[in-house]
Write a protein that binds this ligand. Structure first.
Ligand SMILES: Cc1cc2nc3c(=O)[nH]c(=O)nc-3n(C[C@H](O)[C@H](O)[C@H](O)COP(=O)(O)OP(=O)(O)OC[C@H]3O[C@@H](n4cnc5c(N)ncnc54)[C@H](O)[C@@H]3O)c2cc1C
Length: 436
């Protein structure tokens, strides 16, 4: 084992908000006798963006606050102090580096434009000797383990999936080494409230399909519950297109999105379930969906900023509209389709929508109303508890016909409602509620 450095290591948390199976954190702990950590609630994430929506609405913000509260407790247990700010990292990191004589910063590697720009700004403010240890840690199949260059990633999911299933391997987490507690460390930083972030407090809707709390503890509890306690995973393939309740699908996405659980942890627990209980189509299908999640990350690594452009990765030159009236009707759930309306009311009232719902409302927006798909994607970015840049823009491109679907399909929302909500229960549930 290599000797630990005496200087304090700094972990800059962003979308990797967990202690378990966090290779960024474990590397810092391996290298230093003491480690501190920071998280910035970046005020830019709570501002109104190009299309008039707040970048982060109250549902995801509340989930994030709960996540940070939990992270602070979990880090404390391993002697890592978490400093939390409501300020841009460009201000905070130079101050921390100076105050604690930091020489090494550890962080998860991101590649989308906003994240890379912030990192560039931060680096610009810091002395040149500072070492940045950046690692990819958000994948099921790590980029170094898949034997593919990013420009070789296929535009067809099945080709990618078969390749990673055949040649890839899923890493096993390392145990965390122990750390010395820093004596007399004064941490008087505070986690902001919703109000501090310019958002209003709310009660969780009793019909919410995602009534769970943020944080690693809650993620692990849900994992245990969905797999081992209820064994719901055994029927996942049959139930996954459901619309009502907490158990039709795993609901892992919000925790995965901010990194409070890793895809690898879910994978290895499914393997354990398969060994101890049953291995069937459903247990495989949950892993299959986690590969979709990886795939959209690889697509964005390959195409970079094209995922945010109107022509998408296919550079399609379609005519798109931007009609404020039609967009508002879609948002309010006041279109001619009651199935679309029920789903749109659900997201507005809860920050959640099922995968089936998302496909239908996105298709309706892009292919019926012919509105610029990026506006729909920006609304989802604002509202979703589980917003993830790669999955959101990847799926929107796919449905809008500018992404990875070679068939360029349009959903028939009437037939979809008949098939997936044949008794109209879901529509009734959301349409009878008052909207505001
Ligand atoms: C227009 C549109 C926008 C979307 N935006 C997001 C987003 O911002 N964040 C997000 O996590 N997912 C997004 N999805 C994908 C999918 O709808 C959600 O991941 C899923 O509904 C989450 O519920 P679950 O965790 O119960 O999923 P499960 O069905 O239990 O699946 C397990 C996990 O597999 C992954 N997964 C499943 N389906 C997909 C998919 N189509 N694409 C990528 N990963 C998938 C997720 O990580 C999910 O948690 C979007 C889909 C569409 C059609």
């Amino acid at each position: 084992m290599q000797a630990k450095q005496n200087d304090i290591g700094l972990v800059w948390f962003r979308n990797d908000l967990r202690v378990n199976d966090n290779s960024v954190l474990s590397e810092a702990i391996k290298n230093h006798k003491s480690v501190i950590a920071c998280y910035c609630f970046d005020p830019r994430h709570y501002e109104i963006t190009t299309y008039g929506f707040k970048k982060t609405e109250k549902y995801r913000a509340q989930f994030l606050i709960e996540t940070i509260e939990d992270l602070k407790i979990n880090l404390n247990a391993i002697h890592v102090e978490l400093l939390v700010y409501h300020e841009v990292p460009e201000q905070i990191l130079p101050a921390l580096v100076k105050q604690h004589h930091i020489k090494s910063i550890y962080l998860q590697k991101e590649w989308t434009s906003e994240e890379t720009q912030v990192l560039k700004n931060v680096k610009f403010t810091l002395p040149k000797f500072l070492q940045f240890h950046e690692r990819y840690d958000q994948f099921l199949y790590h980029p170094n383990d898949i034997d593919l260059r990013f420009d070789e990633i296929s535009n067809v999911f099945t080709v990618f999936r078969k390749k990673v299933e055949k040649y890839g391997n899923v890493r096993v987490s390392e145990d965390l080494q122990t750390l010395e507690k820093i004596k007399h460390f004064n941490n008087d930083t505070q986690i902001p409230t919703l109000k501090d972030l310019g958002l209003t407090s709310f009660e969780v809707d009793p019909n919410s399909a995602f009534p769970f709390k943020g944080g690693e503890k809650s993620a692990l509890h849900r994992l245990n519950n969905y797999l081992f306690a209820t064994k719901n995973i055994e029927f996942y393939k049959k139930t996954r297109n459901g619309l009502i309740g907490i158990d039709y699908s795993s609901k892992f996405s919000p925790w995965l999105a901010n990194g409070s659980i890793s895809a690898r942890t879910i994978y290895w627990n499914i393997k354990k379930f398969e060994e101890n209980h049953i291995k069937n189509e459903s247990t495989y299908w949950l892993i299959f969906e986690l590969i979709w999640r990886d795939y959209f990350k690889y697509v964005s690594l390959k195409y970079q900023n094209d995922i945010f452009k109107i022509g998408g990765i296919l550079r399609k030159d379609y005519d798109w509209n931007s009609n404020a009236h039609n967009i508002q009707k879609w948002i309010n759930g006041e279109t001619e389709s009651s199935f679309v309306n029920a789903n749109m009311r659900e997201i507005k009232k809860t920050g959640w929508m099922s995968n089936r719902g998302r496909q239908n409302v996105a298709s309706f927006f892009a292919k019926e109303l012919l509105q610029d798909w990026r506006i729909g994607a920006a609304y989802f970015e604002s509202m979703l508890i589980d917003y993830d840049v790669h999955s959101n823009y990847g799926n929107w491109m796919y449905v809008a016909g500018v992404g990875n679907d070679p068939r360029d399909r349009k959903f028939n929302v009437r037939l979809q409602a008949e098939r997936y909500d044949s008794q109209g229960q879901f529509q009734q549930m959301w349409l009878q509620e008052t909207l505001f």
